[in-house]
Each structure stands twice: as structure tokens, then as C-alpha cells.
Design a protein. Structure first.
Length: 308
């Protein structure tokens, strides 16, 4: 009879998995940790993975899973259980909100936390104080020659017929709150022929392309916490109009998983509270420029700061 019941349970699990509905978590379930495929995504994903693992929780590594839309679909389908996300993406996930909210660290966190729980039963844990916002960076020699310090300067240069070649990812050039928002606010446009578009939003690729002048690239999509910028001789152009939201890194977890393992909140909160802008720039640089493995960088940081 016991064997028969186990067969029925296994069959039921297969049926539930086939419907695409998330299977309920329990105390013995392996926690699947995901992340996006950029440098910081892999770093933060490994921090989450290592902290859960070292605190006795069974984990599966699905970091560097894909770009934002793919990772979001995965967590809502129960394919992954937790991953690092950014508060500013609330403006992308939930339309019709006051745009000003997303430019305030505390308000953006509170709003996306409430909306994501209401609509998707996803829980936003403790955020980091850093802001990993979208940015545009140019080669230092190009910036000096064209007198570029701000995005307004770049718009002037483009509108006067200046030559620009941008390396970016598909998400950056198509999302309304990314490059299109910059172009609208500063009244300029970069034609498709003047872009090299990568499939994944890994700024290590875009910034290296600009630094090396690959195929004439002189401008790169960048993130606010990138550590490679100064080392590669790139200058971030100031967003004087405050176009971009605040992108505070935050672990996001499925409610069922957190209910089964409530200690996850206490495990991760102290770590993310220490992740300032300068800290993430330094850690990201070790991966993007130093070529170190993201897990090694994560473990070293966690050990040096007494979390392990």
C-alpha cells in the first residue's frame, strides 16, 4: 500500500508539473537559485547560493539563467525559486504607475514589493543600498575630443551629425524605459545601423567593445555598479534630467519557498545591506577585468565580512 501511495504521489507531481503551475514548496525541497546572465547577476546569484548552501539548505545552481523576461517567466512558473532583481524594473513589470516613485530608493522598493506580491505572490526581501541603473559610457579619448560629459552633450553631438557606434543588448535598445527613454528625454536618435546588439545584457561585452573600438564602437551600454569602467578608460555620461529609475539589487523569492524556509530572509538580509555602490563596483571589477570566477569572488567577500 505504501508503494502504491508513493506511485500516486509521483504521478500527481508529474501532472502538476505538466500544467505549468508552480509545485508547492516543502521543508525538503531543493531551492533553485537563478540569476540573469550579466556580471553582477552571476555575482549576486552566487552570493545567494553560497549563503543558503552554507546554512544547510539544499540548493541547485541555475545562475546566469537568461535575460530579465526569461528569468521572470521562470520564477513565476516555479522553474527557479529565488533570484536577484532590481527595484527599478517595477516600472517595466507594472505599467500605469507614477513614474516618480521609481526614482526614489525607498518608494520604489515599497511599491514593487507590494505589486509583485499582489499579482505574482513573489516576495522582495531586503534590498541593497546600491543603484545599478542603466547608463551610457563613451571612450575617454572620444569624450575629450567631442567634449562629452552629459547625455545632453551626446544628444548635441549626434544631432550635429557626429559619428557614434553603440554596443548594447537587445533589452536595452528595445525597452521603453532604457535607451528609448534617453532618446526621448534628450531629443536624439541612434539609428539601428549604428548599433551592435548583443543577445544578453552583459556589460563586460559592451564595455570591452567600446574600449577596444571593435567595429568602430565608441559608446557602450553600462550599469551604475560596473567596476570595469575606469579600468577600460570609459566615461559615464551624466543623466542630468534623472531619466532612469533607481535599480537597487534585491533577492526575490516565491512565497511558497519562503513560507517553508522563513530563515532565508534572515540569512540574506545582512549580506545585501552591505552591498554599496563602491562595494559592487569593486566586486564586479574582479570578475569583468580580473577574470575571476563569480563564486570565488562571492565566497571571498562573504568570508572576509564574517558571513560564513
Amino acid at each position: 500500500m505504501r508503494r502504491y501511495c508513493l506511485v500516486l504521489i509521483a504521478a500527481l507531481c508529474l501532472i502538476l508539473a505538466g500544467t505549468g503551475q508552480p509545485v508547492q514548496a516543502d521543508q525538503n525541497q531543493v531551492i533553485t537559485v537563478g540569476s540573469k546572465i550579466d556580471t553582477e547577476g552571476s555575482l549576486l546569484g552566487q552570493m545567494i547560493l553560497v549563503m543558503l548552501e552554507k546554512n544547510g539548505l539544499a540548493v541547485e545552481d541555475r545562475t546566469e539563467f537568461g535575460p530579465t523576461p526569461i528569468v521572470r517567466k521562470a520564477i513565476m512558473a516555479g522553474e527557479i525559486d529565488i533570484y536577484p532583481e532590481y527595484t527599478g524594473n517595477g516600472a517595466f513589470f507594472f505599467s500605469g504607475q507614477d513614474s516618480g516613485i521609481w526614482k526614489n530608493h525607498e518608494q520604489a522598493y515599497a511599491r514593487v514589493k507590494a505589486l509583485d506580491y499582489k499579482h505574482n505572490k513573489l516576495v522582495w526581501l531586503t534590498p541593497a543600498p546600491a543603484d545599478n541603473t542603466w547608463a551610457l559610457a563613451v571612450r575617454e579619448d572620444f569624450a575629450q575630443k567631442a567634449d562629452l560629459k552629459t547625455l545632453g552633450d551626446l544628444a548635441r553631438y549626434v544631432n550635429q551629425g557626429g559619428s557614434i557606434k553603440l554596443a548594447a543588448c537587445e533589452e536595452f535598445v528595445t525597452r521603453e524605459d532604457a535607451l528609448p527613454a534617453f532618446e526621448k528625454a534628450y531629443n536624439f536618435s541612434i539609428p539601428d545601423r549604428d548599433m551592435i546588439v548583443f543577445s544578453g545584457c552583459n556589460t563586460a561585452q559592451t564595455e570591452k567593445a567600446a574600449a577596444r573600438g571593435t567595429s568602430g564602437v565608441n559608446t557602450a551600454m553600462a550599469f551604475g555598479t560596473d567596476g570595469a569602467l575606469s579600468a577600460l578608460g570609459l566615461r559615464v555620461l551624466k543623466d542630468t534630467q534623472g531619466v532612469q529609475p533607481v535599480y537597487a539589487p534585491t533577492p526575490v523569492i516565491r512565497e511558497e519557498v519562503l513560507q517553508a524556509r522563513p530563515q532565508i530572509q534572515e540569512i540574506l538580509a545582512p549580506v545585501f545591506k552591505t552591498l554599496t555602490q563602491q562595494t559592487l563596483q569593486n566586486l564586479n571589477s574582479q570578475i569583468a577585468i580580473g577574470g575571476r570566477n563569480p563564486r570565488d569572488v562571492a565566497e571571498e567577500y562573504l568570508q572576509e565580512n564574517g558571513f560564513l
